[in-house]
Design a protein around this ligand. Structure first.
Ligand code: DC
Length: 235
């Protein structure tokens, strides 16, 4: 059976990576978290003082970009695909608040996006890949065989995120999280470079009222129907 490319785009805190990982596992495909790549570049910038107090040294970043090698390796202990920067495991560091606060800025830079899009396209050249992000179905793989666009009401996403953070022992208010979700939505959809938008041929999954399992079953049905159609047209 021919392998395909599956693009999963959508708003933040929509459960994109959970769904993309489950699909990849089921189909025995590779899973790539493109957001982790933007986070890795951001971590590199912070570590090398390329970004200080939201001021970016663009010349230094442009000349250093070729020295940023991002890879993913499966860790059987955590059962996760972890992110490496030049051979160093940075999975934990890229999830910290400093990276989260700076990544939106780094991901608006045109030459950073071009560089990462090239790498992402190389990763998907042999197909058999599920990639999640904001521009996968529109820019990275405009010819992806399946494009899913995930969304949920902002209040639902904020509540999920709030519960996750509270479970981790962080002290946050629901109002603060709602404001954060709304501001990230605004930045993602209004930036000049590759703003988040639904590809014309993407299928929307609004998971406001779906359980994780219902969403998974629905996505897999869409994918399997597409694979079946492709196989029939080849016969
Ligand atoms: O999915 P995430 O929250 O880990 O993404 C981190 C940031 O990177 C987020 O601000 C949006 C940005 N991003 C992007 O611009 N394009 C992508 N393909 C993936 C993420």
């Amino acid at each position: 059976m021919k392998k395909i490319v599956i693009a999963v785009d959508g708003y933040s805190s929509c459960g994109k990576s959970t769904l993309a990982k489950e699909i990849a596992k089921e189909l025995k495909y590779a899973y790539i978290d493109s957001g982790a790549m933007y986070r890795a570049v951001t971590y590199f910038c912070i570590k090398n003082q390329i970004i200080i107090d939201s001021n970016i040294n663009f010349d230094k970043l442009q000349s250093e970009l070729k020295n940023i090698k991002i890879t993913f390796n499966y860790n059987p202990q955590s059962k996760k695909n972890e992110t490496y920067l030049n051979g160093e495991n940075i999975e934990e560091q890229i999830r910290n608040i400093e990276v989260a606060n700076n990544v939106s800025l780094i991901s608006t830079i045109k030459f950073v996006r071009e560089h990462l899009v090239n790498l992402q396209q190389e990763m998907g050249a042999k197909k058999g890949i599920v990639m999640d992000g904001r521009d996968i179905g529109t820019v990275v793989f405009p010819n992806a065989e399946v494009k899913l666009f995930m969304t949920a009401e902002p209040s639902v996403r904020a509540k999920r995120r709030y519960e996750e953070l509270i479970a981790k022992g962080q002290q946050v208010s629901l109002e603060e999280i709602i404001a954060n979700v709304e501001s990230r939505d605004y930045m993602d959809t209004h930036r000049d470079e590759s703003p988040l938008r639904k590809a014309d041929d993407a299928i929307t999954i609004n998971n406001s009222n779906l359980s994780k399992n219902e969403q998974y079953v629905l996505a897999l049905k869409i994918i399997n129907e597409k694979i079946q159609k492709l196989n029939e047209s080849r016969n």
